[in-house]
Design a protein around this ligand. Sequence first.
Ligand code: F3S
Length: 283
Amino acid sequence: MKIYVARGAGFCFGVKRAIEIAFKVAGESKRGVYTFGPIIHNPQVVTELRSLGLKPVDGIGELKGKKVKALVVRTHGITLSQMERLNRMGIDIIDATCPYVKKAQHYAKLLSDEGYQVLILGNREHPEVKGLMSFAGKDVRVVKHSARLPKLKKKVGIVVQTTRNVEDLKRLVAAVVAQVSELKVYNTLCGTTTRRLKETEELARKVDVMVIVGGKNSANTTELANLCRSIPVPTYHIETASDLKDGWFAGARSVAISAGASTPEWLIKEVEKKINDIGGRGD
Ligand code: F3S
């Protein structure tokens, strides 16, 4: 069985940067440092950081009564009101927000300041989108897909969750432009994600089975799996090599592995090794 591994699989620039910051902070101060939610959407990395004393909290309320030295903000960023609340509490904020997410926040604010109704393409439950919404003014709208557009004003500005795909953005722009008199679009997609999606799609079109490695709660990993399923090709979204099942590869002559931006390289290698073993047993 031929095994391909996507070249762009694994940690992206933003995640590498955030992890470096988190490990540095953990190394310097053993106690009292927290992260706002898991530093990245990867349970294995979060466990490792926890063992070094860097604990995730789900909300600012959880910090009350604790001796807090600092709080590391993860790649997705936080909302403006959360930032203000932390400042009021006198907590030292170590900002590991990905610069691409920062850019999207900047454009959401700019559009709002210029009087545009801001439309965000993304998942409103995702922390990155919650953050973007807080920068986009009162009149912000969020859409998951172009199919269900909300009622829009005449002057609309679009930003997009960094990990979505360019095809969805094109569809949204086409749908919105027909309804408004003025439209401004900032393509805030992250280049790394766009390249990874393209490479994964190319692989998915030529193999019998796709394996996508990454946290089940990782938006960009889920986006990769959904893309492969839409090809369609049998696709398995797994978190670790132990999730693999021999039966998935019965009769397969080729398999490709891709992984989200928050998946460590050692996990990808373990998956590759186990698939290799499974392929070997099948010969
Ligand atoms: Fe940033 Fe893109 Fe990674 S937005 S966190 S470089 S997936």
